[in-house]
Ligand binder design. Sequence first.
Ligand SMILES: [Zn+2]
Ligand SMILES: [Zn+2]
Length: 451
Amino acid sequence: MDAQPCVQLWCLLTAGALAAVSGAPVQDSPATGKFWHISDLHLDYTYHMTEDPTKVCFSSKGHPVLNPGEFGDYMCDSPYELIQSALNFMKQAGHLTDFIIWTGDSPPHVPVKKLSTNIVIQTLSNMTDTIRKYFPDLQVYPALGNHDYWPQDQFPVSTNEIYQAAADLWQPWLKPEALKTLREGGFYSQLVQPGLRLLSLNTNLYYSPNKETVNMMDPAGQLQWLLETLESSRQSNEKVYVIAHVPIGYLPYAFNTTALRQVHNERLVQIFRKYSDVIVGQFYGHTHRDSIMVLLDDQGTPVSSLFVTPAVTPIKNAREPYSNNPGVRLYKYDPQSFAMLDVVQYFLNLTEANEEQKANWKLEYTMTEVFDIKDVEPQSLLKLAKSFATPHSKAFEKYFNHFMVSYNDTIVCQGLCKVLQVCAVQFLDSATYRQCVEGWLSAEGLDDNLP
Ligand SMILES: [Zn+2]
Ligand SMILES: [Zn+2]
Protein backbone atom coordinates (compact mmCIF):
# COMPACT_ATOMS: atom_id res chain seq x y z
CA MET A 1 0.00 0.00 0.00
CA ASP A 2 1.19 3.53 -0.64
CA ALA A 3 1.48 6.06 2.09
CA GLN A 4 -0.70 9.11 1.84
CA PRO A 5 0.97 12.00 0.02
CA CYS A 6 3.49 13.62 2.30
CA VAL A 7 4.51 17.06 1.26
CA GLN A 8 5.80 18.70 4.41
CA LEU A 9 9.39 18.34 5.49
CA TRP A 10 8.56 16.87 8.93
CA CYS A 11 6.46 14.21 7.31
CA LEU A 12 9.26 13.19 4.91
CA LEU A 13 11.79 13.14 7.73
CA THR A 14 9.53 11.01 9.93
CA ALA A 15 8.88 8.51 7.14
CA GLY A 16 12.61 8.17 6.48
CA ALA A 17 13.48 7.86 10.18
CA LEU A 18 10.86 5.16 10.78
CA ALA A 19 12.10 3.11 7.86
CA ALA A 20 15.69 3.40 9.10
CA VAL A 21 14.83 2.41 12.68
CA SER A 22 12.67 -0.56 11.79
CA GLY A 23 15.15 -1.80 9.21
CA ALA A 24 12.20 -2.20 6.87
CA PRO A 25 12.87 -1.69 3.18
CA VAL A 26 12.53 1.98 2.42
CA GLN A 27 9.29 2.49 0.58
CA ASP A 28 9.20 4.77 -2.43
CA SER A 29 9.41 8.30 -1.35
CA PRO A 30 5.80 9.44 -1.12
CA ALA A 31 6.93 12.16 -3.47
CA THR A 32 7.40 9.62 -6.32
CA GLY A 33 4.88 10.10 -9.12
CA LYS A 34 3.27 7.01 -10.63
CA PHE A 35 1.06 6.21 -13.58
CA TRP A 36 -0.32 3.09 -15.25
CA HIS A 37 0.08 2.10 -18.88
CA ILE A 38 -2.33 -0.29 -20.60
CA SER A 39 -2.47 -1.14 -24.28
CA ASP A 40 -3.87 -3.47 -26.92
CA LEU A 41 -6.85 -4.77 -24.98
CA HIS A 42 -8.32 -6.28 -28.22
CA LEU A 43 -11.63 -7.47 -26.80
CA ASP A 44 -12.97 -10.56 -28.57
CA TYR A 45 -16.65 -10.52 -27.70
CA THR A 46 -17.12 -13.92 -29.41
CA TYR A 47 -14.75 -15.78 -27.06
CA HIS A 48 -16.57 -18.66 -25.38
CA MET A 49 -15.92 -22.22 -24.27
CA THR A 50 -17.30 -24.70 -26.76
CA GLU A 51 -16.80 -28.28 -27.96
CA ASP A 52 -15.72 -27.16 -31.43
CA PRO A 53 -12.12 -25.91 -31.16
CA THR A 54 -12.48 -23.84 -34.36
CA LYS A 55 -15.40 -21.88 -32.91
CA VAL A 56 -13.93 -20.63 -29.62
CA CYS A 57 -13.14 -17.14 -30.96
CA PHE A 58 -13.35 -15.33 -34.28
CA SER A 59 -9.84 -14.03 -33.69
CA SER A 60 -8.28 -17.53 -34.05
CA LYS A 61 -9.46 -17.26 -37.70
CA GLY A 62 -10.49 -20.90 -37.79
CA HIS A 63 -7.30 -22.24 -36.18
CA PRO A 64 -8.18 -24.78 -33.50
CA VAL A 65 -8.11 -23.61 -29.87
CA LEU A 66 -7.55 -26.88 -28.10
CA ASN A 67 -7.68 -26.03 -24.43
CA PRO A 68 -9.40 -22.69 -23.93
CA GLY A 69 -9.80 -21.34 -20.43
CA GLU A 70 -11.79 -18.74 -18.58
CA PHE A 71 -9.14 -16.02 -19.02
CA GLY A 72 -8.40 -16.64 -22.68
CA ASP A 73 -6.02 -18.48 -24.95
CA TYR A 74 -2.82 -17.65 -26.84
CA MET A 75 -4.70 -18.23 -30.11
CA CYS A 76 -7.39 -15.68 -29.25
CA ASP A 77 -7.86 -12.04 -28.35
CA SER A 78 -9.00 -11.09 -24.85
CA PRO A 79 -12.22 -12.36 -23.36
CA TYR A 80 -13.98 -9.66 -21.32
CA GLU A 81 -13.08 -11.68 -18.20
CA LEU A 82 -9.35 -11.12 -18.87
CA ILE A 83 -9.72 -7.35 -19.35
CA GLN A 84 -11.74 -7.09 -16.14
CA SER A 85 -9.13 -9.10 -14.25
CA ALA A 86 -6.37 -6.73 -15.44
CA LEU A 87 -8.27 -3.61 -14.37
CA ASN A 88 -9.33 -5.22 -11.12
CA PHE A 89 -5.70 -6.07 -10.35
CA MET A 90 -4.64 -2.46 -11.04
CA LYS A 91 -7.38 -1.16 -8.79
CA GLN A 92 -6.47 -3.55 -5.96
CA ALA A 93 -2.69 -3.13 -6.28
CA GLY A 94 -2.74 -0.21 -3.89
CA HIS A 95 -0.63 2.21 -5.92
CA LEU A 96 -1.52 5.83 -5.54
CA THR A 97 -1.37 6.75 -9.25
CA ASP A 98 -1.76 10.14 -10.89
CA PHE A 99 -3.24 8.97 -14.19
CA ILE A 100 -3.49 6.11 -16.72
CA ILE A 101 -2.19 6.14 -20.28
CA TRP A 102 -4.06 3.85 -22.67
CA THR A 103 -2.39 3.40 -26.04
CA GLY A 104 -5.21 1.93 -28.11
CA ASP A 105 -6.33 -1.13 -30.10
CA SER A 106 -9.66 -2.20 -28.59
CA PRO A 107 -11.33 -4.28 -31.36
CA PRO A 108 -10.29 -7.89 -32.09
CA HIS A 109 -8.04 -9.22 -34.89
CA VAL A 110 -10.79 -10.52 -37.17
CA PRO A 111 -11.47 -10.26 -40.91
CA VAL A 112 -12.61 -6.77 -41.95
CA LYS A 113 -16.11 -7.93 -42.86
CA LYS A 114 -16.77 -9.20 -39.32
CA LEU A 115 -16.54 -5.58 -38.07
CA SER A 116 -18.06 -2.24 -39.05
CA THR A 117 -17.74 1.41 -38.04
CA ASN A 118 -20.57 0.80 -35.62
CA ILE A 119 -18.95 -2.25 -34.00
CA VAL A 120 -15.62 -0.43 -33.65
CA ILE A 121 -17.39 2.50 -31.93
CA GLN A 122 -19.30 0.10 -29.67
CA THR A 123 -16.06 -1.63 -28.72
CA LEU A 124 -14.35 1.71 -27.97
CA SER A 125 -17.37 2.67 -25.91
CA ASN A 126 -17.37 -0.65 -24.03
CA MET A 127 -13.65 -0.39 -23.18
CA THR A 128 -13.97 3.29 -22.19
CA ASP A 129 -16.92 2.49 -19.88
CA THR A 130 -15.10 -0.52 -18.42
CA ILE A 131 -11.99 1.50 -17.58
CA ARG A 132 -14.14 4.27 -16.11
CA LYS A 133 -16.08 1.74 -14.02
CA TYR A 134 -12.87 0.58 -12.34
CA PHE A 135 -11.32 4.05 -12.11
CA PRO A 136 -14.18 6.53 -11.88
CA ASP A 137 -12.00 9.29 -10.44
CA LEU A 138 -8.70 8.75 -12.23
CA GLN A 139 -7.59 10.80 -15.23
CA VAL A 140 -7.07 8.69 -18.37
CA TYR A 141 -5.16 9.76 -21.49
CA PRO A 142 -6.06 7.57 -24.47
CA ALA A 143 -4.45 7.28 -27.90
CA LEU A 144 -6.04 5.68 -30.96
CA GLY A 145 -4.61 2.37 -32.26
CA ASN A 146 -4.60 1.10 -35.84
CA HIS A 147 -7.45 -1.30 -35.00
CA ASP A 148 -9.60 1.51 -33.59
CA TYR A 149 -10.89 2.29 -37.07
CA TRP A 150 -12.95 0.57 -39.74
CA PRO A 151 -11.65 -0.67 -42.06
CA GLN A 152 -8.65 -1.18 -39.79
CA ASP A 153 -5.57 1.02 -40.39
CA GLN A 154 -7.39 3.37 -42.80
CA PHE A 155 -7.28 6.50 -40.65
CA PRO A 156 -8.41 9.56 -42.58
CA VAL A 157 -6.85 13.01 -42.45
CA SER A 158 -10.02 14.84 -41.47
CA THR A 159 -12.98 14.46 -39.17
CA ASN A 160 -15.10 11.31 -39.38
CA GLU A 161 -17.51 9.23 -37.29
CA ILE A 162 -14.78 7.52 -35.29
CA TYR A 163 -12.77 10.62 -34.29
CA GLN A 164 -16.10 12.20 -33.31
CA ALA A 165 -17.15 9.15 -31.29
CA ALA A 166 -13.77 9.01 -29.52
CA ALA A 167 -14.07 12.68 -28.60
CA ASP A 168 -17.61 12.13 -27.24
CA LEU A 169 -16.53 9.07 -25.24
CA TRP A 170 -13.40 10.71 -23.83
CA GLN A 171 -15.01 14.05 -23.12
CA PRO A 172 -14.95 13.43 -19.32
CA TRP A 173 -11.14 13.10 -19.48
CA LEU A 174 -10.17 15.77 -22.00
CA LYS A 175 -10.41 19.56 -22.14
CA PRO A 176 -12.24 21.35 -25.00
CA GLU A 177 -8.99 22.29 -26.74
CA ALA A 178 -7.84 18.63 -26.77
CA LEU A 179 -11.26 17.45 -27.98
CA LYS A 180 -11.11 19.91 -30.85
CA THR A 181 -7.96 18.41 -32.46
CA LEU A 182 -9.10 14.88 -31.54
CA ARG A 183 -12.30 15.43 -33.57
CA GLU A 184 -10.32 16.77 -36.52
CA GLY A 185 -7.26 14.53 -36.67
CA GLY A 186 -7.30 11.95 -33.85
CA PHE A 187 -4.55 13.64 -31.77
CA TYR A 188 -4.39 16.11 -28.89
CA SER A 189 -2.29 17.67 -26.15
CA GLN A 190 -3.31 18.41 -22.58
CA LEU A 191 -1.59 19.88 -19.54
CA VAL A 192 -1.25 17.10 -16.92
CA GLN A 193 -0.18 19.51 -14.22
CA PRO A 194 1.72 22.78 -14.26
CA GLY A 195 5.04 22.04 -15.98
CA LEU A 196 4.00 18.73 -17.56
CA ARG A 197 2.13 18.29 -20.86
CA LEU A 198 0.99 15.07 -22.50
CA LEU A 199 0.87 14.71 -26.29
CA SER A 200 -1.25 11.91 -27.73
CA LEU A 201 -0.23 11.35 -31.34
CA ASN A 202 -2.18 9.57 -34.03
CA THR A 203 0.78 7.68 -35.52
CA ASN A 204 -1.70 5.47 -37.42
CA LEU A 205 -1.58 8.25 -40.02
CA TYR A 206 2.02 7.15 -40.80
CA TYR A 207 1.39 3.38 -40.61
CA SER A 208 2.30 1.67 -43.92
CA PRO A 209 -1.01 -0.19 -44.43
CA ASN A 210 -2.90 3.15 -44.31
CA LYS A 211 -3.93 3.82 -47.93
CA GLU A 212 -5.59 7.13 -47.02
CA THR A 213 -2.27 8.84 -46.38
CA VAL A 214 -0.03 7.40 -49.10
CA ASN A 215 2.49 10.00 -50.39
CA MET A 216 1.34 12.64 -47.92
CA MET A 217 4.18 14.40 -46.14
CA ASP A 218 2.09 15.73 -43.28
CA PRO A 219 -1.28 13.95 -43.03
CA ALA A 220 -3.84 15.90 -41.00
CA GLY A 221 -1.16 18.55 -40.37
CA GLN A 222 -0.11 16.61 -37.30
CA LEU A 223 3.64 17.16 -37.77
CA GLN A 224 3.20 20.91 -38.04
CA TRP A 225 0.98 20.83 -34.94
CA LEU A 226 3.57 18.66 -33.13
CA LEU A 227 6.37 21.13 -33.90
CA GLU A 228 4.27 24.08 -32.78
CA THR A 229 3.15 22.33 -29.60
CA LEU A 230 6.71 21.30 -28.67
CA GLU A 231 8.00 24.80 -29.39
CA SER A 232 5.30 26.33 -27.22
CA SER A 233 6.10 23.84 -24.42
CA ARG A 234 9.77 24.81 -24.65
CA GLN A 235 8.86 28.50 -24.42
CA SER A 236 6.64 27.81 -21.38
CA ASN A 237 9.27 25.61 -19.67
CA GLU A 238 7.00 22.59 -19.82
CA LYS A 239 8.20 18.99 -20.01
CA VAL A 240 6.35 16.59 -22.32
CA TYR A 241 5.33 12.91 -22.31
CA VAL A 242 4.54 11.61 -25.79
CA ILE A 243 2.07 8.74 -26.09
CA ALA A 244 1.03 6.98 -29.30
CA HIS A 245 0.02 3.55 -30.52
CA VAL A 246 2.47 2.64 -33.32
CA PRO A 247 6.03 3.34 -32.13
CA ILE A 248 8.85 5.03 -33.96
CA GLY A 249 12.03 3.03 -34.54
CA TYR A 250 12.67 -0.46 -35.96
CA LEU A 251 10.67 -3.59 -35.17
CA PRO A 252 12.86 -5.72 -32.91
CA TYR A 253 11.74 -8.99 -34.52
CA ALA A 254 11.97 -8.10 -38.21
CA PHE A 255 14.87 -7.23 -40.48
CA ASN A 256 15.20 -3.58 -41.47
CA THR A 257 11.52 -2.79 -40.88
CA THR A 258 10.26 0.39 -39.28
CA ALA A 259 6.89 0.22 -37.57
CA LEU A 260 5.91 3.46 -39.35
CA ARG A 261 6.63 4.43 -42.95
CA GLN A 262 10.33 5.07 -43.17
CA VAL A 263 9.98 8.68 -44.31
CA HIS A 264 7.79 9.54 -41.33
CA ASN A 265 9.99 7.59 -38.98
CA GLU A 266 12.98 9.69 -40.07
CA ARG A 267 10.99 12.90 -39.65
CA LEU A 268 9.73 11.99 -36.16
CA VAL A 269 13.22 10.93 -35.07
CA GLN A 270 14.51 14.36 -36.20
CA ILE A 271 11.75 16.17 -34.32
CA PHE A 272 12.23 14.14 -31.13
CA ARG A 273 15.99 14.81 -31.28
CA LYS A 274 15.43 18.53 -31.74
CA TYR A 275 13.09 18.67 -28.74
CA SER A 276 14.84 16.13 -26.52
CA ASP A 277 15.28 18.82 -23.85
CA VAL A 278 11.47 19.06 -23.67
CA ILE A 279 10.40 15.40 -24.13
CA VAL A 280 11.09 13.38 -20.97
CA GLY A 281 9.39 10.12 -21.92
CA GLN A 282 7.77 8.34 -24.87
CA PHE A 283 5.21 5.55 -24.44
CA TYR A 284 3.90 3.20 -27.11
CA GLY A 285 2.05 -0.09 -27.71
CA HIS A 286 1.16 -1.99 -30.92
CA THR A 287 3.92 -4.64 -31.08
CA HIS A 288 2.25 -6.50 -28.15
CA ARG A 289 5.74 -7.18 -26.78
CA ASP A 290 7.79 -5.50 -24.09
CA SER A 291 10.74 -3.46 -25.37
CA ILE A 292 12.74 -0.34 -24.78
CA MET A 293 14.50 2.06 -27.09
CA VAL A 294 16.92 4.86 -26.42
CA LEU A 295 17.11 7.70 -28.91
CA LEU A 296 20.65 8.92 -29.61
CA ASP A 297 21.40 12.35 -31.05
CA ASP A 298 23.72 12.92 -34.01
CA GLN A 299 26.77 12.64 -31.73
CA GLY A 300 25.58 9.35 -30.20
CA THR A 301 24.55 10.92 -26.89
CA PRO A 302 21.44 9.31 -25.39
CA VAL A 303 18.64 11.91 -25.35
CA SER A 304 15.27 10.18 -24.99
CA SER A 305 13.84 7.06 -23.31
CA LEU A 306 11.11 5.12 -25.14
CA PHE A 307 8.95 2.41 -23.64
CA VAL A 308 6.84 -0.10 -25.60
CA THR A 309 4.40 -1.81 -23.27
CA PRO A 310 3.22 -5.38 -23.81
CA ALA A 311 -0.44 -6.08 -24.66
CA VAL A 312 -3.26 -7.23 -22.45
CA THR A 313 -4.30 -9.60 -25.25
CA PRO A 314 -2.25 -12.82 -25.35
CA ILE A 315 -3.00 -13.54 -29.04
CA LYS A 316 -0.34 -14.85 -31.34
CA ASN A 317 -0.33 -15.50 -35.03
CA ALA A 318 -0.62 -19.23 -35.81
CA ARG A 319 2.85 -19.13 -37.45
CA GLU A 320 4.62 -17.37 -34.57
CA PRO A 321 6.76 -19.53 -32.27
CA TYR A 322 5.89 -17.52 -29.17
CA SER A 323 3.40 -15.08 -27.78
CA ASN A 324 3.16 -12.78 -24.77
CA ASN A 325 1.41 -13.24 -21.48
CA PRO A 326 -1.06 -10.45 -20.65
CA GLY A 327 0.70 -7.46 -19.07
CA VAL A 328 0.00 -4.09 -17.44
CA ARG A 329 2.66 -1.73 -16.14
CA LEU A 330 3.36 1.11 -13.79
CA TYR A 331 5.90 3.90 -14.30
CA LYS A 332 7.55 5.90 -11.57
CA TYR A 333 8.67 9.46 -12.22
CA ASP A 334 10.16 12.38 -10.41
CA PRO A 335 7.29 14.76 -9.69
CA GLN A 336 9.55 17.82 -9.94
CA SER A 337 11.61 17.14 -13.08
CA PHE A 338 9.20 14.49 -14.51
CA ALA A 339 12.28 12.35 -15.27
CA MET A 340 11.54 8.63 -15.64
CA LEU A 341 12.62 6.64 -12.58
CA ASP A 342 11.39 3.09 -13.09
CA VAL A 343 9.20 0.57 -14.91
CA VAL A 344 7.26 -1.96 -12.82
CA GLN A 345 5.86 -4.70 -15.04
CA TYR A 346 2.99 -6.92 -13.91
CA PHE A 347 1.70 -9.97 -15.76
CA LEU A 348 -0.72 -12.85 -15.74
CA ASN A 349 0.60 -16.36 -16.37
CA LEU A 350 -2.32 -17.29 -18.59
CA THR A 351 -1.79 -21.07 -18.51
CA GLU A 352 -1.64 -21.03 -14.71
CA ALA A 353 -4.66 -18.71 -14.42
CA ASN A 354 -6.78 -21.02 -16.57
CA GLU A 355 -5.64 -24.13 -14.66
CA GLU A 356 -6.34 -22.54 -11.29
CA GLN A 357 -9.43 -20.70 -12.54
CA LYS A 358 -8.08 -17.67 -10.77
CA ALA A 359 -6.36 -14.62 -12.25
CA ASN A 360 -3.30 -14.24 -10.10
CA TRP A 361 -1.66 -11.12 -11.57
CA LYS A 362 1.83 -10.62 -10.20
CA LEU A 363 5.02 -8.64 -10.48
CA GLU A 364 7.15 -9.73 -13.43
CA TYR A 365 10.08 -7.37 -12.83
CA THR A 366 11.14 -3.93 -11.66
CA MET A 367 13.50 -2.55 -14.29
CA THR A 368 16.06 -0.80 -12.07
CA GLU A 369 16.33 -3.86 -9.80
CA VAL A 370 16.52 -6.60 -12.37
CA PHE A 371 19.13 -4.75 -14.47
CA ASP A 372 20.88 -2.92 -11.66
CA ILE A 373 20.50 0.56 -13.18
CA LYS A 374 19.82 3.71 -11.18
CA ASP A 375 16.80 4.93 -13.16
CA VAL A 376 15.34 4.58 -16.66
CA GLU A 377 16.67 7.85 -18.01
CA PRO A 378 18.39 7.80 -21.45
CA GLN A 379 21.91 7.45 -19.97
CA SER A 380 20.87 4.38 -17.94
CA LEU A 381 19.04 2.79 -20.88
CA LEU A 382 22.11 3.22 -23.09
CA LYS A 383 24.29 1.56 -20.48
CA LEU A 384 21.80 -1.31 -20.40
CA ALA A 385 21.63 -1.52 -24.21
CA LYS A 386 25.42 -1.79 -24.35
CA SER A 387 25.37 -4.62 -21.82
CA PHE A 388 22.89 -6.52 -24.06
CA ALA A 389 25.43 -6.44 -26.88
CA THR A 390 28.08 -8.47 -25.04
CA PRO A 391 28.33 -12.21 -25.87
CA HIS A 392 26.16 -14.46 -23.66
CA SER A 393 24.76 -11.38 -21.92
CA LYS A 394 22.60 -12.47 -18.97
CA ALA A 395 20.94 -9.05 -19.08
CA PHE A 396 19.89 -9.70 -22.69
CA GLU A 397 18.49 -13.14 -21.77
CA LYS A 398 16.32 -11.49 -19.14
CA TYR A 399 15.32 -8.73 -21.55
CA PHE A 400 14.23 -11.28 -24.16
CA ASN A 401 12.24 -13.23 -21.58
CA HIS A 402 10.51 -9.97 -20.63
CA PHE A 403 9.96 -9.27 -24.35
CA MET A 404 7.60 -12.29 -24.36
CA VAL A 405 6.23 -11.35 -20.92
CA SER A 406 7.68 -14.55 -19.45
CA TYR A 407 5.80 -16.68 -21.98
CA ASN A 408 8.48 -19.37 -22.17
CA ASP A 409 11.99 -19.04 -20.77
CA THR A 410 13.32 -22.00 -22.77
CA ILE A 411 13.06 -19.96 -26.00
CA VAL A 412 16.40 -18.30 -26.66
CA CYS A 413 17.26 -15.48 -29.01
CA GLN A 414 20.67 -15.81 -30.66
CA GLY A 415 22.38 -14.93 -33.94
CA LEU A 416 20.19 -12.80 -36.22
CA CYS A 417 17.38 -12.73 -33.62
CA LYS A 418 19.69 -11.08 -31.11
CA VAL A 419 21.25 -8.72 -33.67
CA LEU A 420 17.82 -7.36 -34.63
CA GLN A 421 16.79 -6.92 -30.98
CA VAL A 422 20.01 -5.22 -29.94
CA CYS A 423 20.16 -2.86 -32.94
CA ALA A 424 16.47 -1.89 -32.54
CA VAL A 425 17.07 -0.75 -28.95
CA GLN A 426 19.68 1.87 -29.85
CA PHE A 427 19.31 2.81 -33.50
CA LEU A 428 16.09 4.46 -34.63
CA ASP A 429 17.08 6.02 -37.96
CA SER A 430 17.96 4.14 -41.14
CA ALA A 431 21.64 5.11 -41.38
CA THR A 432 22.65 4.07 -37.87
CA TYR A 433 20.36 1.02 -37.83
CA ARG A 434 21.85 -0.39 -41.04
CA GLN A 435 25.35 0.26 -39.79
CA CYS A 436 24.56 -1.61 -36.57
CA VAL A 437 23.05 -4.65 -38.29
CA GLU A 438 25.73 -4.92 -40.95
CA GLY A 439 28.53 -4.44 -38.42
CA TRP A 440 27.21 -7.23 -36.22
CA LEU A 441 26.51 -9.64 -39.02
CA SER A 442 29.94 -9.29 -40.59
CA ALA A 443 31.61 -9.61 -37.17
CA GLU A 444 29.71 -12.82 -36.52
CA GLY A 445 30.16 -14.11 -40.07
CA LEU A 446 26.39 -14.00 -40.57
CA ASP A 447 26.39 -11.68 -43.60
CA ASP A 448 24.91 -14.44 -45.75
CA ASN A 449 21.79 -14.41 -43.59
CA LEU A 450 20.92 -10.94 -44.83
CA PRO A 451 17.47 -11.11 -46.39
ZN1 LIG B 1 -2.65 -4.43 -31.05
ZN1 LIG C 1 -1.78 -2.01 -33.28
